[in-house]
Design a protein around this ligand. Structure first.
Ligand code: SF4
Length: 361
């Protein structure tokens, strides 16, 4: 089974912290872009057979009209065998006028919504440069439920400027009170070249490393108490609502990305499409750059497996890594889970780069 990913690199306004590839929305360019996605889907016909997950990510896929999304989905059905129970996700930016659009999406077969809520504090949303409010977040989720969505994920951003235990607690209370099934909780990363990276005043208001760990653990514990079980370093789900598409990334399953900036791990190669909308539009078949001709070697599989609470079998670790197990276990960073696998604890996930680094040598 393959997952299909469509990268929709258009945003109404660039958020100052974001380094994802996206360009300004322009109606004609977007239509040409949709035509190019359809052209590429036809090109891959035959190479992609059974598809069990589809994902519209961005950028802001909710800037596409429902007719454009419908045309892409129709082409998927024409070119490959989309499983009747396929998980079909669309990333959605909160807005006040959501109702009709969401009902149309649901009719088209989109069955999972990933809502870019980020915070339920208006002040924090403003500091992050987001154009929506906490009330927009709430209304969007409720409108999605009314439109028939039963699988809704919300994004939560941690370690943002001025985020205290108290303001995070308010956000978590508002978030967990909503009828959602999944939360993706990310630490704010300061990426070089973004406006945030040059805003020293705002950077000085971000929590330090210790406070960042505290905020992360606070989120893990509160989400767990509300029934959102952690299954990956940044992912929390009610039972049975883990993101099937994202799990493909961590389990080393095939996924094919279409669109400028999209990544793929497909048919034994890891490759990406250059971050260049003009080049994507100009080409009959999307240009690709090879990233790895032999992906998913032992080290990469270990690294991906350790992101999951499922963990990895101790036998998969090198002798060196095994010798570090008692020390990491005593420090509370890893544990043996009921299957006998080694997995990171929430404390370990909070400093996952260092812990995973110690286990993949
Ligand atoms: S955070 Fe999302 S909406 Fe904001 S610029 Fe990045 S991709 Fe666009």
């Amino acid at each position: 089974m393959t997952g299909l990913y469509f990268h929709i690199p258009f945003c109404a306004k660039k958020c100052p912290y974001c380094d994802f590839y996206s360009v300004s929305y322009h109606k004609d360019t977007v239509q040409q872009y949709v035509d190019a996605i359809i052209r590429n889907l036809r090109h891959y016909k035959g190479a992609v057979k059974d598809v069990d997950t589809l994902y519209f990510g961005g950028g802001t896929p909710s800037l596409l009209s429902t007719a454009q999304i419908g045309a892409i989905l129709d082409t998927c059905a024409e070119c490959c065998s989309v499983q009747p129970d396929a998980e079909i996700t669309l990333e959605y930016n909160p807005t006040r006028k959501a109702g009709n659009y969401l009902r149309e999406l649901r009719k088209l077969g989109i069955n999972r919504l990933s809502v870019g809520t980020q915070s339920f504090s208006d002040e924090q949303l403003r500091l992050l440069g987001r154009t929506h409010t906490a009330e927009d977040n709430r209304r969007t989720v409720l409108a999605a439920v009314e439109a028939g969505f039963t699988n809704i994920s919300c994004d939560l951003m941690l370690a943002t400027p001025d985020q205290s235990a108290e303001t995070l607690s308010q956000t978590l209370d508002a978030l967990t009170a909503l009828p959602i099934t999944h939360v993706s909780a990310y630490m704010l990363q300061v990426e070089q070249g973004t406006p945030l990276s040059q805003n020293e005043g705002l950077l000085a208001r971000c929590p330090d490393d210790d406070a960042t760990v505290d905020r992360y653990l606070q989120a893990v514990r509160t989400l767990d108490a509300a029934g959102f079980r952690q299954y990956e370093v940044s992912s929390f789900a009610k039972n049975g609502f883990e993101s099937r598409h994202n799990c493909k990334y961590w389990l080393g399953e095939d996924y094919l990305g279409i669109g400028a900036g999209a990544h793929s791990c497909f048919q034994g190669r890891r490759f990406c499409v250059p971050k260049d909308v003009a080049a994507f539009l100009a080409a009959d078949n999307q240009p690709t750059e090879l990233l790895d001709a032999h992906p998913l070697d032992r080290e990469e599989r270990l690294m991906l497996g350790l992101r999951l609470t499922k963990g990895v079998a101790p036998d998969a670790l090198s002798a060196n890594a095994k010798s570090r197990i008692p020390m990491l276990e005593n420090a509370g960073y890893i544990c043996k889970n009921p299957t006998g696998n080694i997995s990171l604890t929430p404390e370990g996930f909070a400093v996952s780069n260092a812990v995973i680094g110690a286990l993949i040598e």
